[in-house]
Design a protein around this ligand. Structure first.
Ligand SMILES: NC(=O)c1ccc[n+]([C@@H]2O[C@H](COP(=O)([O-])OP(=O)(O)OC[C@H]3O[C@@H](n4cnc5c(N)ncnc54)[C@H](O)[C@@H]3O)[C@@H](O)[C@H]2O)c1
Ligand SMILES: CC(C)[C@H](C(=O)O)[C@@H](O)C(=O)O
Ligand SMILES: [Mg+2]
Length: 352
């Protein structure tokens, strides 16, 4: 069981350290961790945010545990050298098209939601975000037009096959949950979304046991705060999924709680290859202070054990330790408490 550990930048380094402690504490036989450079850290050391040696390490491992990338000092770099290209490059190069972002309110955290507690307590949803297409990976550019004005463009598109495969992932996920799937698009305006809606509807014929409905993304954003308990599985494109998942995080209390798995089709002798990361970024505003919440990354490690290594018991053990810690009042600054990153890691380890 080979895991590539890519801490990255800012709080990525701090939160990964706690997830590694948790993994090591489990004492899993045959688990080997390799560390690699990504993001601004890699750009400084190797001149590229995703150097060939890092990509090679990723391919040679069975799973990746990723911290976060991003550094304001790199915002002026040409796009292909910016830190964010590390995570985008890994997703594209490794064919990780299905991004699973669960959001569930932990018992005891209802008061920390940006929503009223009685609304927050109902949240148990899974966002299935397409990760290899959309406006993220279309042709893009900036130019000066004939009249001297600057113009930027990013091409949004989805191929039928891309929609079909993520739709199957989402329907299967719904079958394993409450059997409800909401597809989110902007079909009233965008052709990309009309195709999305048509293909998702076609795929639904294979899943008569799943109740499908469609929402426009603006309405979905509103419903997510009005009555998030209505959602079970939400399937959507790359851009809408990015935005809705950050929104979902505050509905359950903090962006420092949301884990994710990015999966493709590659299997290993242990399970499905995947990249696991918190949904948050490098948080330059709090980096270096030791106050970042590491729970999203620890929960991402649990998802890794479940999906890439078939170790459901160990995954559940981590999740139970996190739930107990939160239930017993363990809180970082993001949840109104005063515990630092390492102290939160300690609290999880004590309860493992
Ligand atoms: N997958 C990734 O690596 C990833 C994801 C999102 C953003 N980014 C990058 O991160 C950089 C910063 O982006 P941003 O500020 O828009 O988003 P961010 O997620 O880094 O931070 C948003 C806000 O949430 C807070 N926050 C985030 N994670 C937290 C945690 N674990 N504990 C406590 N508070 C937390 C931050 O302090 C900040 O106030 C940018 O360069 C961006 O491109 C990277
Ligand atoms: C850093 C950025 C490229 C990334 C995205 O937009 O996918 C991030 O926001 C995320 O949610 O993982
Ligand atoms: Mg995001």
């Amino acid at each position: 069981m080979k895991v590539a550990i890519f801490p990255g930048d800012g709080i990525g380094v701090e939160v990964i350290a706690q997830a590694v402690r948790v993994l090591e504490a489990l004492g899993l036989p045959g688990l080997t961790l390799f560390e690699g450079d990504v993001g601004a850290a890699a750009w400084r050391r190797h001149g590229h945010p995703l150097p060939p040696e890092t990509l090679g390490m990723a391919r040679a491992c069975d799973a990746i545990l990723f911290g976060a990338v991003g550094d304001p000092a790199c915002d002026g770099l040409v796009r292909h050298l910016r830190p964010e290209q590390a995570v985008l490059g890994l997703r594209a190069e490794l064919g990780l098209f299905a991004n699973l972002r669960p959001a569930k309110t932990f018992a005891g955290l209802e008061d920390m939601s940006a929503l009223r507690p009685e609304i927050a307590s109902q949240i148990d949803l899974l966002i299935v975000r397409e990760l290899n297409g959309d406006v993220y990976f279309g042709e893009k550019g900036m130019r000066t037009t004939d009249n001297g004005e600057r113009e930027g463009w990013d091409m949004m598109s989805y191929a039928e096959s891309e929609v079909r495969r993520i739709a199957h992932t989402a329907f299967r996920a719904a079958q394993g949950r409450k059997g409800r799937l909401t597809s989110v698009d902007k079909a009233n305006v965008l052709e990309t979304s009309q195709l999305w809606r048509d293909v998702v509807t076609e795929v639904s014929a294979d899943y008569p046991d799943v109740a499908l409905d469609h929402l426009y993304v603006d309405n979905a954003a509103m419903q997510m705060v009005r009555a998030p308990g209505q959602f079970d599985v939400v399937v959507t494109g790359n851009l809408f999924g990015d935005i809705l998942s950050d929104q979902a995080s505050m509905c359950v209390g903090s962006i420092g709680l949301l884990a994710s798995a990015s999966m493709g089709e590659r299997t290993t002798e242990f399970g499905t290859f995947g990249l696991y990361e918190p949904i948050h970024g490098s948080a330059p505003d709090i980096a270096g202070q030791g106050i970042a919440n590491p729970l999203a990354t620890i929960l991402s490690a649990a998802m890794m054990l479940r999906h890439s290594f078939g170790r459901e018991d160990d995954a559940a053990r981590i999740e139970a330790a996190v739930a107990r810690a939160l239930g017993e009042g363990i809180r970082g600054a993001d949840l109104g408490g005063d515990l630092g990153t390492a102290a939160i890691g300690d609290a999880v380890l004590e309860r493992l």
